[in-house]
Ligand binder design. Structure first.
Ligand code: GTP
Ligand code: MN
Ligand code: MN
Ligand code: MN
Ligand code: MN
Ligand code: MN
Length: 202
């Protein structure tokens, strides 16, 4: 395990910590951009109230709900659909990066739990519809769902441009690590995209 990481069991023993769960929902797709560029996979993220990109999910109280029940509750609030997420979809837990150790009162450590779940393209469309209409957090905590472009355009935009935006916590590495692990992008494509996203931010 990488530094800062802990197992689900270790994490749940940290009773004085706060816990948050987020999930990467994705599907396959046969759609072509401009009738020629395969989109291949739809990966859902969201534009948060703070202008940062992140995954749907949120704070969970392990005394009142399991991690997965809490995550499903947050999905109902943020997506308008109670997508059931189970222990089988669990990926990893870690301490929130750059938690300011000096700040007082509210600063019990935050443990971040991450899940990945593959669904059907049709479900993605239903989620997008509900997230923009019936979701109670629409326009409040969540400004909109976004799909991640995994392809590179002729002008070398697309995935690299997406990666050059600002992300909450370690959502960017959760995205990148998951895409690699699930073979949704190749290591070569990722390397090229990371390099050109760095140039965009330079
Ligand atoms: P409230 O309903 O207002 O309590 O928000 P929430 O429960 O939806 O919490 P939120 O989704 O903001 O997540 C809680 C904390 O987890 C955030 O303040 C971030 O520090 C962190 N966080 C949020 N999204 C992500 C994400 O996609 N990945 C990671 N690693 N951390 C995240
Ligand atoms: Mn057009
Ligand atoms: Mn949230
Ligand atoms: Mn929320
Ligand atoms: Mn919440
Ligand atoms: Mn809330």
């Amino acid at each position: 395990m990488a530094s800062g990481q802990l197992s689900r069991e270790e994490a749940l023993e940290c009773s004085s910590s706060r816990h948050a769960c987020h999930v990467m929902l994705y599907s396959d797709t046969a759609s072509l951009l401009f009738g020629r560029t395969p989109i291949r996979h739809i990966v859902l993220m969201q534009m948060r109230f703070d202008g940062l990109l992140g995954f749907p999910g949120g704070l969970v109280d392990p005394l009142e709900e399991t991690l997965e029940e809490g995550l499903t509750r947050e999905l109902l609030e943020e997506l308008g659909v109670a997508v059931p997420v189970s222990v089988e979809d669990y990926v990893e837990s870690c301490f929130a990066p750059s938690h300011p150790p000096t700040s007082s009162s509210s600063s019990s450590p935050l443990i971040l739990h991450f899940y990945v779940k593959k669904i059907e393209e049709e479900q993605i469309r239903e989620i997008e519809k509900a997230a923009a209409s019936t979701a109670v957090d629409h326009g409040l905590e969540v400004l909109g769902m976004v799909r991640v472009p995994l392809y590179s355009t002729k002008s070398h935009a697309g995935f690299s441009c997406f990666l050059s935006h600002s992300f909450i916590g370690n959502a960017r590495s959760q995205l990148v690590d998951s895409l690699l692990r699930l073979h949704l992008v190749s290591p070569g494509e990722l390397r090229r995209a990371l390099r050109s996203s760095q140039r965009m931010n330079a």
